[in-house]
Design a protein around this ligand. Sequence first.
Ligand code: IMP
Length: 173
Amino acid sequence: MLLTSERILSRVAELGEQITRDYAGRRLVIVCVLKGSFVFAADLARHIALPLRIEFLGLRSYGSGTESTGVVQITQDLTTPIRGDDVLVVEDIVDSGLTSAYLLELLATRSPNSVRLCALLHKPARAKEPVHIDYLGFTIEDAFVVGYGLDHAQNYRHLPDLMVVAEGETTRR
Ligand code: IMP
């Protein structure tokens, strides 16, 4: 067990309060990056006491293994423009940083008023691309984690806690 659901939820509540303070008086557009962020974004949004819109963007950066390919594919784009909006990208985990760096660059080309990044987890040991995380839940060691929305080959997303996948499991494809 890496992080219990209780511990995650209490940190998510703190992040929501911080975001509420920082964006006071503004409207927010939350971009939930599918699939891994769906649980985190749902919990976080309910702790943000501001008028907000939730948009979904599907990205795929991994196959069924555990190493970043560096190739990011958009599987589902936003359905509304974000021109002039204050955008908060909600990511499950920043690992190599390739996915978030690509996404932040892409969204910036659509002329939003601002774009910030909120990530539940950060694995600094694996960073390849420097990414500034404005709101971070937890920094973790270099291990492959599942649960709370995160998967291994599309499994385990529904687990309420965050768990580390055993070594043999991640090498078996
Ligand atoms: P990055 O491009 O290497 O930063 O990878 C980001 C994406 O890879 C995340 O949004 C996750 O979907 C996936 N990912 C990275 N590390 C893990 C992990 O430990 N467990 C599950 N998914 C992961």
